[in-house]
Design a protein around this ligand. Structure first.
Ligand SMILES: *Cc1c(COP(=O)(O)O)cnc(C)c1O
Length: 415
């Protein structure tokens, strides 16, 4: 079948809740993917950072094959021989006390919300049903009803109500706003160390350190959503390390299996995760032996193959390259590690056109929120491959002639 036939079938039978680029991928290896016509692309999205280890990593693939021949699912009615080792290795890697395994990122966020509310009533002594959780504007934490209840993206919320109460939203990157928003009923503050879906928004230096202090002083649980920033993406195992802090509760997902299988996890302290008792939360597939075996290997690959260090050095190299772009419609290039955003002025007419052009030239990336392109290749990317990518980016974006368009109003930066 040809590209257009696949697209027609998708349009006919699929719900249209996505607007993908028109490329039908059928093969992947490392940083490369191929479409059904045999054309090769460099993947600069990595499935929103779920494929940090590169496509179809051979070591993870081997475990997928071997474990799937032995045992895949037991439910948590019984124990399995992969779960305990997954717990131990993940806790040692992230310096956590305890783990609760789930499947998707949204499920891990939901688990975090349930847990901190319970902690608030039972440990902090908050009156029943009065718990408040503070979140940030322009957050992205997933797609369930409760999570979109505190989204500021109207498109993500419209006509999905009624919504879940108990959330308060403050500007991202503003620690004073956090201090002012806390009340005696505040149980937690949940934040992404870098806002990914919002367009790779990096808070001011020292923000998380300040946030950590405020949470500690007010007995508020600090929840970090590291589903996208975690597992090496920003050049550290967890992005919290850039500020030298530790959360009270961290949610991870995406790259935890290297893109082979949905697995997410809540990492926390004995005090917080300790509030959950048998029967109070669960998941049929959560912690299954296949997921655990894959995650154990995917974590090992991150560490043993030096992917975290590579993300740091290659990220700097990539960003330095992007900063050379002289197109006046480019507003900013920013990033940490291999989580990089290239923002255009609205006058450029949207980032989508550039993504289409890059795709035609063999580089896959995706616009986020209209005016920003996110570059987040697999963490195995080499200097030569980045040079190759930069050449294409310069060709497509470097010297665009927008003489017919109004020049941008170079107003103040967001931070
Ligand atoms: C992707 C993402 C989620 C949601 O994960 P799903 O697996 O899609 O449910 C939550 N938070 C952040 C920061 C994410 O990037």
């Amino acid at each position: 079948m040809k590209t257009n036939e696949f697209i027609d079938l998708e349009n006919r039978f699929g719900a249209r809740n996505y607007k993908p680029l028109d490329v039908i991928l059928s093969k992947g290896k490392g940083v490369w993917v191929w479409d059904v016509e045999g054309k090769k692309y460099l993947d600069c999205l990595s499935a929103y950072s779920a494929v940090n280890q590169g496509h179809c990593h051979p070591k993870i693939h081997q475990v997928l094959v071997e474990q799937s021949k032995k045992l895949t699912l037991t439910s948590r009615a019984f124990r399995n021989d992969q779960l305990a080792l997954f717990y131990k290795e993940l806790c040692e890697l992230t310096q956590s006390h305890k783990v609760l395994p789930m499947n998707s990122g949204a499920e891990a966020v939901e688990t975090a919300i349930k847990t901190v509310r319970k902690w608030g009533y039972e440990t902090k002594g908050i009156p029943l049903d009065k718990a408040e959780i503070i979140v940030c504007e322009h957050n992205f934490h997933g797609r369930t009803i409760t999570i979109i209840s505190f989204s500021s993206d109207e498109n993500a919320r419209q006509n999905f109500g009624p919504f879940t109460p108990g959330f308060k939203s403050i500007p991202f990157g503003d620690s004073d706003a956090l201090e002012n928003a806390i009340t005696p009923n505040t149980v937690a503050f949940m934040v992404e160390p870098i806002q990914g879906e919002a367009g790779v928004i990096i808070p001011p230096d020292g923000y998380l350190k300040k946030v950590r202090e405020i949470c500690t002083n007010n007995n508020v649980v600090l929840i970090l959503d590291e589903i996208q920033t975690g597992l090496g993406r920003t050049g550290k195992l967890l992005a919290e390390e850039h500020d030298g802090i530790q959360s009270d509760l961290t949610v991870i997902g995406k790259a935890l299996s290297g893109g082979f299988y949905p697995i997410s996890a809540v990492l926390s302290t004995d005090a917080v995760l300790g509030v959950l008792n048998p029967g109070q939360h669960g998941s049929t597939f959560g912690g299954n032996p296949l997921a655990c075996a894959l995650a154990r290997t995917a974590m090992k690959v991150l560490v043993e193959e030096g992917l975290i260090e590579n993300a740091a050095s290659m990220g700097t190299y990539f960003l330095d390259g992007l900063k050379q772009i002289s197109n006046p419609f480019v507003k900013a290039a920013r990033g940490k590690g291999l989580m990089i955003g290239l923002e255009f002025y609205p006058e450029a007419g949207g980032a989508r056109q550039y993504c289409e052009k890059l795709k035609e030239n063999g580089l896959l990336c995706k616009e986020t929120h209209d005016h920003i392109i996110r570059f987040s290749p697999p963490l195995i990317i080499t200097k030569d491959q980045i040079d190759w990518a930069l050449e294409i980016i310069f060709k497509c974006i470097g010297h665009l002639d927008h003489a017919d368009r109004k020049m941008p109003d170079t107003g103040a930066m967001r931070f």
